[in-house]
Design a protein around this ligand. Structure first.
Ligand SMILES: [Zn+2]
Length: 324
């Protein structure tokens, strides 16, 4: 985490003219969420500027969604702070109808997907991966410090108290959540960024929420913050194979995309694997490998330097040297 922090700010300051070191990549005091109706009772929400920013390769605030059934409402990701969580709850008020129960799922432990848990109505049922709860139980203080460093002071992170899941999903398993006239599947497809990653699937409307694993459309790239390039690639392929061709995908930080848009992320990780493997075969050091595997064809993302050279190539190098 600490290495990541310094890389984050040092690279941010040089990769994008619109991003200044020590300023957050997006400001949780300013983001306005908008909702998009994907089917009756199925909604995505994302930042009002998501489409504009993602098209230019700039980072976007956290996305999520709602599934509204006759017996309950499922909130997918509870956002970073009170202000953004209140926007989500006002959407629940608008479209939730008379659904008696409120459920919320965190696609990972990351604060921008889970800190809002504490602001949910008391009777809400929070669903989390077991590994996410374990992470929060062990690392909450360091996690909030990391988040304040990257998202800024005075963004409501100071007041967060840890609020973990009531229903915990074990590694490799899934649950079917009965909302009355709708059943939502919450699935662990494998390591996708944190090891506590949950995908949410509503089969009738064929909508999937991926959390951070799929961050946004091209040219955005995966952030292998916790390493494990090979496992992440395998998970992406599993998710791709699971989805029907006409599925719609709500990514972790952007507007609604298609199944085909996931292919970009798979192509990128396959190219990283192939090129890092060649470097490893030649006996190159990590530094030499980072320099060699520059992959300009994937460099449209504003965070490319930090994500590709700072996180993803080192993650692949570690995986592939351990495998040898
Ligand atoms: Zn996120």
């Amino acid at each position: 985490m600490r290495v990541t922090t310094s890389l984050y700010l040092c690279v941010l300051s040089v990769t994008s003219a619109s991003v200044v070191a020590n300023e957050p990549v997006w400001d949780a005091n300013k983001v306005e969420l908008v909702s998009e109706t994907l089917a009756d009772g199925v909604y995505a929400y994302y930042a009002s500027n998501a489409k504009k920013l993602e098209a230019k390769g700039f980072p976007v605030a956290t996305s999520g969604g709602l599934v509204v059934g006759t017996e309950g409402v499922l909130i997918i990701d509870t956002m970073l702070n009170k202000r953004l969580n209140a926007q989500v709850q006002s959407m629940v008020g608008e479209v939730g109808g008379k659904s008696p129960a409120i459920y919320a799922v965190n696609t990972s432990y990351h604060g921008d997907h889970s800190y809002g848990n504490m602001y949910l109505p008391e009777q809400s049922v929070i669903i989390q991966h077991q590994n996410s709860k374990d992470y929060v139980d062990a690392n909450f203080k360091a996690d909030t410090e990391f988040m304040m460093y990257n998202f800024g002071q005075g963004r409501g992170i100071e007041e967060i108290v840890p609020t973990t899941g009531d229903v915990l999903i074990e590694s490799g398993s899934q649950i079917a959540l009965d909302l009355g006239d709708k059943t939502v599947h919450i699935i662990d497809f494998g390591f996708a960024q944190t090891g506590g990653d949950l995908f949410v699937w509503e089969p009738e409307s064929k909508v999937m929420w991926t959390g951070n694993a799929i961050v946004a459309v091209k040219p955005a790239l995966p952030w292998l913050l916790d390493g494990h390039m090979l496992a992440t690639l395998e998970t992406f392929k599993k998710v791709y194979a699971f989805l029907p061709e006409d599925a719609r995908v709500v990514p972790g930080h952007g507007s609604v995309m298609s199944k085909a848009d996931i292919q970009w992320h798979i192509d990128y990780l396959e190219a990283v694997q192939e090129q890092v493997q060649l470097a490893v075969n030649e006996g190159l050091s990590l530094e030499e490998t980072v320099k060699r595997v520059s992959m300009p064809e994937f460099s449209g993302y504003a965070l490319f330097g930090w994500v590709h050279s700072g996180l993803n190539v080192p993650a692949a190098y570690k995986d592939l040297t351990q495998a040898n």
